[in-house]
Design a protein around this ligand. Structure first.
Ligand SMILES: Cc1cc2nc3c(=O)[nH]c(=O)nc-3n(C[C@H](O)[C@H](O)[C@H](O)COP(=O)(O)OP(=O)(O)OC[C@H]3O[C@@H](n4cnc5c(N)ncnc54)[C@H](O)[C@@H]3O)c2cc1C
Length: 223
């Protein structure tokens, strides 16, 4: 069969498909043909990857990988709306198993330099808070993947399709620390929720602190 087209794209993975999509969008009159050897499109790496929308924090500033991650991230967010593809922007935790980890500090600085948005430095107290929320049944689990760049994944908990955590309120703030004595520990929503207290013996719920006879810094309430 002899056919002439303006552009022939070989391979229907994300790269081929995006080339075809952009070409047709910007030049509708172009005759573009895409051929794929498999039965389905995206049947190789494209359909079998980890589905992470990378933010570009690992790469050297202004390297192609960094630039493509940032630009790709931006484009996917607008394209997902255009094509009605849901994206779960659940974020990502990178954790260390060391008290002082200069590698983690470096990575944080790299992320800042790379203009990665919404990045927060989570200290060990916040990890302890997550562990407490697991113990108290507010979070399903946290999984720590050890390695050169240890990561923690958080599995949120749902009950009858609704998140178990209805509300988290930060109480003590850097500019206005809130401390309570053992007699003034609050009860959240009549005892149905918890207050998280940083005591001299670690993080505790208000109930545990009451039982231990300890006061401390009121970090947050969870309901
Ligand atoms: C384990 C793993 C996890 C990953 N995780 C992520 C992630 O979380 N986030 C992320 O952004 N990236 C991730 N990636 C990378 C990402 O999946 C790839 O960069 C991307 O899918 C590459 O797309 P592609 O179109 O170049 O290749 P492919 O998806 O491999 O597509 C190539 C297509 O060409 C077809 N083809 C080949 N030869 C011919 C031929 N002669 N004629 C016709 N068709 C042909 C193939 O059948 C295939 O469909 C991951 C990769 C792997 C392997």
């Amino acid at each position: 069969m002899d056919t002439e087209v303006d552009i022939l794209i070989i391979g229907g993975g994300i790269v081929g498909l995006m080339c075809a999509y952009k070409l047709k969008k910007n030049r509708p009159k172009l005759e573009v043909v895409l051929i794929e050897k498999e039965q389905y499109l995206g049947d190789h790496s494209t359909g079998r990857n980890s589905c992470v929308l990378h933010s570009g924090l690992y790469y050297a500033t202004n390297s192609l990988k960094h630039i493509h991650c940032i630009e790709g991230h931006k484009q996917w967010l607008s394209l997902s709306k255009e094509l009605d593809i849901p994206i779960n922007l659940c974020g990502k935790y990178i954790i260390t198993n060391k008290v002082n980890d200069s590698e983690l500090d470096k990575l944080y600085q790299q992320a800042i330099a790379n203009n990665v948005k919404d990045i927060h430095y989570v200290d060990s107290k916040k990890i302890a808070l997550l562990e407490l929320l697991v113990r108290e049944g507010y979070i399903d689990s946290i999984t720590v993947e050890e390695g050169k760049k240890p990561e923690v994944s958080i599995l949120l908990k749902y009950y009858e399709g609704k998140p178990v955590i209805r509300e988290i309120k930060r109480l003590s703030k850097p500019g206005l620390r809130e401390y309570v004595g053992k007699k003034d520990l609050p009860s959240i929503n009549g005892g149905l929720g918890i207050a998280v207290v940083s005591t001299s013996k670690g993080l505790m719920t208000d109930k545990q602190a009451r039982e231990a006879g300890l006061g401390g810094e009121l970090l947050c309430s969870v309901f």
